[in-house]
Design a protein around this ligand. Structure first.
Ligand SMILES: Cc1ncc(COP(=O)(O)O)c(C=O)c1O
Length: 359
């Protein structure tokens, strides 16, 4: 049996119970789940496509692929052929299965950041490979490395990797024949810094060889419940993924394909959602700093990466007594043991409650 890590969220339960006992209720900032409504245009598209008796295409409809390519060009200066877009059933699914789908083998190392979304580790294990958390590629020996994950803006730190940094990762990987998979889940949520895609010409020199970019609509369009994302990049790699996913039945439902097409074509709802997050972030940031927390990185994305200098569990405990639940930094790697991750994805009413309680 494959040994998977313990599901870390279970360890938060005692603190959740303390926070729930607060007279004004819990303010749960421990997970980055959207709380605002699904945009009306997207709901209408889903409803209009609900009479969908036949099998959908694994490759997605031509309209969906064109919408994804159009969105990348409009917002991120990236040009892809719509044929090289492949929808995924939420990007967590792809992150968890990518090493397996790419034939990463037992004994291979899958590299991901020292502080990282836990599913990169899980994906390596599902393929029987060795998960290897490292920010210093240069320190790695001459061994075969099939796959390197990058994640900018980062979950959990909100750190943005500049184009020059990403270009070095690409050059390193190309020298060794490694694939770089870039998880760009938060790319549309730059605040003090603007994130850049691995597929941008400034990073990859205009060639997508050996590169994959993974995009989620969960945060941009409040579609976490629909399970909507896509992967694009190297045409040969995308064709391989398509072939395996066809055989394996990894198909995005037809009505979700229709909804995602409209979501990608519509920028107005995404701008509104960004403005909501900007206001919540600013209120939380100010309140945390006044209460003695130092915020690090966090120039983009949906999290504040903070420390008051004590251990992460002590900070979780302290906040839980004010009815505020946050995630301990060590969920994301040992380097996070003195930090907490605060999600800005709560309602305005709950964010205001947090601000009051921190005063
Ligand atoms: C870095 C990162 N990648 C991928 C995902 C998965 O997103 P989804 O499966 O909703 O597309 C998340 C979710 O929070 C994330 O933080």
């Amino acid at each position: 049996m494959i040994k998977l890590p313990d599901f870390p969220w279970d360890r938060l339960t005692p603190y959740k119970e303390v926070a729930q006992a607060h007279p004004d209720g819990i303010a749960d900032l421990s997970i980055g789940t959207p709380v605002d409504s699904v945009p009306e245009v997207v709901r209408q598209a889903l409803a209009a496509a609900s009479d969908s008796p036949g099998y959908p295409q694994t490759h997605g409809t031509p309209g969906l692929r064109a919408a994804a390519a159009g969105w990348l060009a409009r917002h991120h200066g990236v040009t892809v052929d719509p044929d090289n877009v492949l929808p995924v059933i939420g990007t967590k699914e792809l992150v968890a299965w990518l090493p397996t789908l790419l034939d990463v083998r037992a004994g291979d190392r899958v590299i991901f950041p020292e502080l990282a979304y836990p599913t990169y580790d899980v994906g390596a294990r599902l393929a029987g490979a060795e998960p290897f958390a490292s920010d210093g590629l240069v320190a790695l020996g001459p061994e075969r490395v099939p796959l390197v994950w990058v994640n900018s803006p980062s979950n959990p730190t909100g750190r943005v990797l500049p184009a020059g940094h990403l270009a070095k990762v690409v050059a390193w990987a190309r020298e060794r024949g490694a694939i770089v998979a870039s998880d760009e889940c938060y790319i549309g949520l730059g605040w003090e810094e603007q994130p850049v895609s691995i597929l941008h010409p400034d990073v990859c020199g205009g060639s997508h060889e050996g590169l994959l970019a993974v995009h989620s609509l969960s945060k941009r369009s409040n579609l976490a419940g629909y399970r909507a994302g896509f992967v694009t990049g190297d045409p040969d790699l995308v064709a391989h993924l398509l072939e395996v996913r066809k055989h394996a039945g990894m198909i995005m439902p037809g009505p979700v394909q229709a909804a995602m097409t409209v979501a990608l074509d519509d920028d107005a709802h995404a701008e509104e959602q960004r403005a909501r997050y900007a206001a919540r972030r600013s209120a939380l940031r100010t309140a945390l700093v006044s209460a003695g927390w130092r915020i690090e990185h966090s120039t983009a994305g949906l999290y504040l990466w903070a420390s008051d200098g004590s251990g992460c569990w002590e900070q979780v405990r302290r906040l839980s007594e004010s009815g505020i639940l946050v995630a301990p930094g060590d969920f994301y790697g040992v380097a996070g043991k003195q930090h907490i991750r605060i999600a800005i994805t709560a309602t305005d009413e709950r964010i205001n409650a947090v601000v009051r309680r921190l005063q």
